[in-house]
Design a protein around this ligand. Structure first.
Ligand code: G3H
Ligand code: 13P
Ligand code: ZN
Length: 333
């Protein structure tokens, strides 16, 4: 058993309590490689922002579970080296799909886990989430549950439709499971294609798609039922069009990629939404930077020459999210 406390990590309890009170959201950035982790830690350390390092089942398989744990431990040491005296870093399992996977993460240094039973019948979701909570809380590990289904792909769980969270279920779910936070569905979705062109209008000047608004009325109803309870938004990448354009300019093919407008995330961050998940934007930043080097400097074959610019671009992106969208800068001095 490796306790996250021995690795210098923290769970989400205090992070979320402060975020709700302070009207900001904590960034949850996914990582599966060294450059992403370096960029996340540099951005968080320079901004003095609490941060959630998020690892999916796929990322854990890709990077190796043991190596990942040491990377997270190294991230705490690196943050201190960068001058962040009291780093507020959480290591979180994203979209855990079984009790066994959650247990394995808890036993191996994770300070927080998500059990995603959103695709299950309600009673099964309650039972599975409660089983994970009962185990996790013995070790002071916090647990995120999910109610409502996001469109797109949730790891290996596929759903091609939105089912908004039913506000009538949230009190019962939170009470019976004992979960520490709740991911809800209000129209966000995973990946770089969050809306079909048919769901959008088109800006006549730029030709770019304009997405429909999120269902803030569902968020409001959830907050009314569970005042002060930490809410999580998945699928919150904005799909910056400058990255999409760079990727397409240099041989990529991402037609009509579209995300959540930053104004909507800014509004959400001021509410009980205290964790905002961002993965796709980092993938886009990395891909755009790498494609640009490949296209403009075809003689380069040293990975540092293309992964370095990718890392710099991700750091810029993370700082922008922290400062201009989530408002978490300066909240973990
Ligand atoms: O919500 C899913 C995350 O973006 C992780 O994606 O399973 O491809 O690592 P992944
Ligand atoms: P994006 O695909 O919008 O970045 O969402 C990531 C996410 O929700 C990870 O759980
Ligand atoms: Zn997600």
């Amino acid at each position: 058993m490796v306790s996250y406390k021995d690795l210098g990590l923290v769970n989400t309890r205090e992070m979320f309590a402060k975020a709700i009170k302070g009207g900001y959201a904590v960034p949850a950035f996914n990582f599966n490689n060294m450059e992403q982790l370096q960029a996340i830690i540099k951005a968080a350390a320079e901004e003095k922002s609490p941060v959630i390092l998020q690892v999916s089942k796929g990322a854990r398989n890709y990077a190796n579970a043991t190596l990942l744990r040491y990377m997270a431990q190294g991230a705490v040491a690196y943050a201190k080296e960068l001058g962040w005296e009291n780093p507020q870093i959480c290591l979180h399992l994203d979209h855990g799909d079984s009790f066994e996977l959650c247990k394995s993460c808890i036993d191996n240094g994770f300070s927080s886990v998500m059990i995603d039973g959103s695709h299950l019948p309600y009673e099964e979701n309650v039972a599975l989430t409660k089983q994970v909570v009962d185990y996790a809380h013995q070790f002071d590990v916090t647990v995120e549950g999910e109610l409502g289904v996001l469109a797109g792909v949730e790891d290996e769980v596929s759903s091609d439709h939105h089912t908004y969270t039913d506000p009538e279920e949230v009190i019962d779910f939170a009470t019976r499971t004992g979960c520490d936070s709740l991911a809800i569905s209000i129209g966000t979705s995973h990946g770089a294609y969050k809306f079909t062109p048919e769901q959008c209008t088109r800006d006549p000047k730029t030709g770019k798609l304009v997405p429909p608004p999120l269902a803030f009325e569902v968020l409001d109803a959830v907050m009314e039922k569970l005042p002060g309870f930490p809410i999580v938004l998945h699928g919150s990448s904005s799909v910056p069009q400058e990255y999409v354009d760079t990727i397409n300019k240099y041989g990529g093919k991402l037609p009509d990629a579209i995300g959540i407008p930053e104004e909507e995330l800014r509004k959400a961050a001021k509410s009980a939404v205290c964790k905002i998940n961002i993965d796709s934007d980092s993938r886009l930043a990395m891909t755009a930077a790498v494609r640009e080097v490949f296209a403009t400097k075809p003689g380069e074959f040293d990975p540092r020459k293309y992964l370095g610019p990718a890392r710099d671009e991700m750091e810029r992106l993370y700082k922008h999210k922290i400062e201009n969208v989530l408002g978490s800068n300066g909240k973990a001095e």
